[in-house]
Design a protein around this ligand. Structure first.
Ligand code: URA
Length: 237
């Protein structure tokens, strides 16, 4: 994650944002060994920053898995004042941000981190990890529907990549089915759009797994910190 130099200085507790700007303009701030006087210079999580030759302490990185409940937005702020995923972790002494999004009415695995490098890695189209969803859909999938889901289908302006499909349960009396769908990418409303395009609107959706991170031991609203080992494994995906 890249951030403006004055913001990073302020976050590290060097000085207020305004005072940090003055430090930069006065030529007192070095980034990776070079004096930077330009306000708004972008620095990464890994840049070495020093003020008057003294390296600053950057915030340590933390990553959690949150079992996002339904009825919660996954942005940091909501203009309608609804509860956000960030609110669930507000007892922690650092600000964590969601890696990607889950819809308001979708529950399940959501990674929350202040590790910009990890977030960028996971969200990069080249690295996108398997995401396993369980959807309750209206009606029953035909063989042709399953073939389309698996092979890839055109949605809006993109074609979905190969997916895995598993029918978990068919409830003929209620005219619905519980389907597990594993996808790699994460377009806006992708799962709902895929089923809707086949004439089977999603009635309920949850994300059971993100890479190898699942909800084991958690109930809705719970979270736990990932271990160094888990983070290394995520970075290797
Ligand atoms: N696909 C959706 O449609 N919604 C989500 O929340 C996640 C994936």
């Amino acid at each position: 994650m890249e951030e403006r130099l004055q913001k990073v200085l302020a976050q590290a507790g060097v000085a207020s944002r305004r005072a940090s700007e003055k430090l930069i303009q006065a030529g007192r701030v070095m980034v990776d060994g070079k004096i930077v006087t330009e306000l708004g210079t972008k620095v990464s999580t890994f840049s070495n920053i020093a003020v008057d030759g003294e390296p600053i302490e950057r915030e340590s990185t933390h990553t959690y898995v949150l079992y996002k409940p339904r009825g919660v937005v996954s942005t940091a702020k909501d203009e309608k004042g609804r509860k956000t995923v960030v609110d669930f972790l507000s007892d922690l002494p650092y600000r964590l941000y969601p890696v990607g999004r889950l819809d308001y009415d979708t529950s399940g695995v959501l990674l929350m981190t202040n590790d910009g490098e990890l977030a960028n890695h996971l969200m990069h189209p080249r690295n996108e990890v398997d995401k396993v969803y369980v959807a309750r859909i209206k009606g029953q999938l035909t063989g042709d529907d399953i073939y389309k889901l698996k092979k890839g289908m055109r949605i809006d302006d993109y074609k979905t990549r190969k997916a895995k499909v598993k029918i978990l349960k068919t409830q003929r009396d209620k005219d619905r089915q519980i389907v597990q769908l594993t996808i790699h990418e994460g377009h806006y409303h992708q799962v709902k759009k895929m089923f809707k395009a086949l004439g089977h609107p999603v009635e309920k959706l949850s994300r059971e797994r993100y890479g190898f991170i699942d909800l084991e031991g958690l109930t809705a609203g719970d979270y736990r910190e990932l271990s160094h080992l888990e983070i290394d494994r995520l970075k290797a995906l």
